[in-house]
Each structure stands twice: as structure tokens, then as C-alpha cells.
Design a protein around this ligand. Sequence first.
Ligand SMILES: [Zn+2]
Length: 248
Amino acid sequence: MKRKLLPLLALLLFGCATGPTFFSESYLAGMAAREFSTLKENMPVSSDPAGTAMVNRVSLRIAEAIGSEMPDAKWEFVLFEDESANAFAMPGGKIAVFTGLLKYVESDDELAAVVGHEIAHVQLHHANQRMSAEVLRAIGGVVAAVGTKDMESDDRNKILAAYGVGTQVGIILPYSRGHESEADRIGLMIAARAGYDPRAAIRFWEKMGVANPRSTPEFLSTHPSSSTRIRELEKAMLDALRVYEANR
Ligand SMILES: [Zn+2]
């Protein structure tokens, strides 16, 4: 039986450049919503009115710009009181920024670079891909990919969850370098579509590279060196500036 199943597994692994996804988006959004609630119960929400207003203002504009592509999103933006220079977004439209990050943010355009990058991970289904890769790793792939293929997607999700996939760790697994580069590029366009100057992304990532050589916030953890990142952003800048000019 195993022999018969392998070709399909190979197809799943290599047939798609960006990686297979096993989870339905609605399942991931539900999981993310629960985890976001838990986070709010366990981590203090900032009482800084200016910072909170900035996060809300920028996130809302970005959500409006891409809203038609995420019609089911239940958008929520929260500034958490935490020293680490970090931010993340979850499937279903949950955006979290930490106060430690705002120390490096000097304008709405710069914050838009971060939020654009994070929401790009969501739009590109990176969490789904990472978690699905974990499924393959955790249970050898065959059982999850093929043994449940005829089931309704909700049943399959339940089985995959029962194997311990999709825990809190699962949903915010570190992204690969490829995912980071992709999120940089698409994030630039998202910020530009929302009317934010994409050139701020270069200023911001340069600052982060210098200020935090040893820290590993989400977007620095697996990314290539700061100079490679800047070079890639510069390559995408002309297109992003066109979009910005049309939307500012
Ligand atoms: Zn990232």
C-alpha cells in the first residue's frame, strides 16, 4: 500500500513551488482567532494612546486596501506592551505589533512596511505551508497527505490537529528565507496600494539591521543578510513606486 501512495506524496512535495497546504483557510482563521484571544488574555495591551492610534490607523488603511482579497477576515489590530521589536499577522486578519518595535518606527510609512510584510505572509498562505510541512515531518507525510484525502476538509483538519499539528507553535512557526523574501516583495506592494511610500521599507529595514544585529524578531529570524534584503527591495521598488503614485 505504501508503494502506491508515494507518487502522490511526491506530487504534493514537488508539484508546487510554494509548498503544499493541507489546512482550510477557515480552519486556520478559527485557530488564529482563538490564539489571538488567548494572547490578549496573557499579554498586556498597550495603554499608549498615540502608539495605539498609529497601529490602528495604518492597519486599517492596509486592511481597506486589500479587503476585497480577504472578504472573510475579521480584522483586529492590537498594540501589545512588550519590549521585543516584533510584529506578526495571523490568518483571518489579526495583526499584532509590540511596543518594542515602535521605538524604531518613525513614520506611518515605516509602520506600513512592517504591517505590509506581515499581512503578506497571510495572503501568501505561508503559515498554512509551514504547518503543512510540519504535518509531513511529524507523521511521515503519507498518512496525512493521502490517508485522509477523501474526507471532508473539516474532518481532515480534525485528524491533522489530533496529531498535534496546528498548536500555538504551529501557527507562528518561523518562516523560511524564501517566505521572507516573498513577504518583503509583496509587502512593499501592499503598503504602496494603501498609499504608503514604499521607500520607507528600505529606511526601516536598514535601521533594524543596524540596531538589532543580534535580536531575532519574526522578520529577521531567517532572512538573508540585511544588504541582500535591501538589494531585493530596491529591485522591486520601481513597480512599488508606480503603485504608490496611483494610490497616494
Ligand atoms: Zn516575515
